[in-house]
Write a protein that binds this ligand. Sequence first.
Ligand SMILES: NC(=O)c1ccc[n+]([C@@H]2O[C@H](COP(=O)([O-])OP(=O)(O)OC[C@H]3O[C@@H](n4cnc5c(N)ncnc54)[C@H](OP(=O)(O)O)[C@@H]3O)[C@@H](O)[C@H]2O)c1
Length: 267
Amino acid sequence: MKAISTALITGASSGIGEALAMALAAPGVTLHLSGRNDSRLAAVAAACRTRGAGVHPRVLDVRDSIAMAAWIAAAGLLDLVVANAGISAGTGLGTPETAAQARAIFATNLDGMLNTVLPAWQAMRGQPAGADGVRGRIAVIASIAAFVALAAAPSYGAAKAAVDSWTVGSAPAAAADGIRLTSVCPGYIRTAMTARNRFPMPGLMDADRAAAIILRGIAAGRVRLAFPWWMALAGHMAGLLPPSLLGKLVARPPGKAPNQSPPIEDP
Ligand SMILES: NC(=O)c1ccc[n+]([C@@H]2O[C@H](COP(=O)([O-])OP(=O)(O)OC[C@H]3O[C@@H](n4cnc5c(N)ncnc54)[C@H](OP(=O)(O)O)[C@@H]3O)[C@@H](O)[C@H]2O)c1
């Protein structure tokens, strides 16, 4: 595989996106990074520059399809695009998701992913192919939550299921265009998103380790990369259970602390 010399990452101001940016940062590498929080994004950009990378940070909301398309079109040749930005809500014990939470999650996690991947795919079609026939690589960060309907976070699980299914389903068409499309389905990763979870998180993994696994999977051309494998298996098996049985097994859905991070705003 051709080495990654230019990458564009959404949600790079924190967590997995930050860890991916840091893992890629090196002399000769150009990074286009976005997020909404100016100061956190600037701090990540500065840290990547200390590793020798050229960095172009951009404060941008993935829900803004026009601005996203313009940003990606102006980035120039891209070896890798990662649609990573996402939010979760959780519901607290027995508290139903609000309409604002549901709409914000779908707008960010699903529409935001399309607002990233579709312009990236369009741009990569016009790029020269490497010796391996690949014009570019696009990864989306879905989740093991895609594999099972979650009473505690129905919109999060449903949006991630759509993200994973769309990505895996689109991979053959992308491959015909010389583009490798990867759906990344991580288990629990130690980030701001999970910091407020008030329940045990089996297999909780540091973001740096997750970033290394993700970059290896992208390089290997994986269509779906779900890890850790035993969490993915458990997720798939739970997804096979009849909803009534699953409901009994998860009678008290786990929750998050009341103040969500990042906060849910009306889109
Ligand atoms: N942590 C886990 O256990 C886990 C597991 C599976 C999948 N994931 C997925 O991994 C991805 C990254 O999550 P994380 O755990 O790293 O959480 P995080 O630390 O909270 O990072 C989320 C990132 O998304 C950005 N973001 C959120 N809404 C945005 C918007 N509307 N426009 C632009 N950027 C936005 C945030 O930027 P600002 O704060 O600057 O707005 C931040 O950089 C998400 O898609 C998440 O669903 C996480």
